[in-house]
Design a protein around this ligand. Sequence first.
Ligand SMILES: [Fe+2]
Length: 198
Amino acid sequence: MTADEYILDTPVVREFVTGVRETIAASGSPADACDAIRPRFAELLADDEWLPARYQAADPDSGMGGGIGQWLLFRAADRSLSLFSLVVPPGSETPVHDHLAWGLVGLYEGTQDEEIYAERTGALELLESRSLRPGDFYELIPPRDDIHRVRTTSAETSVSIHLLTNDTGCVWRHTFDPESGRREPFRSGYVNVDCTEP
Ligand SMILES: [Fe+2]
């Protein structure tokens, strides 16, 4: 049987994951669970000690392009939960993409602009643009809030922390052409872990 993978195996990460799991088990819906996880997530974003520099580094061979690094920190044995950092160099942006799972994303370093889209017949509609500073975070709850793009606006690299209820780097999801709405299969992968079957 495959075990939980604590790639960053520290008391902070273990406590965070344990707390998140208890909260999810006690919540009636993804929206309730997100609300209940918020204080714990805010604490993690405010702690500038727990994330080693290697997980804040860009990846020149990025599967997402633009030097964007996606570092897995934890994933559950059954791949129902993952924690990872997303490192976006200055001037780089992700493709428009989905996640296919609910969760929380928060900014840890640098600043980002985020654009949220909705799929309409034959096109994508831009629903909202917002700017994010360290400590800001948002919920992704499909199908309403699942498609977005982020871009680093700071002179330094931005680092965001993702807690999502799938193995986001390894599932086949989608990128979208914002003009035509055309979607393509997409698997981002992780810099530090392979996508082998559980
Ligand atoms: Fe994303």
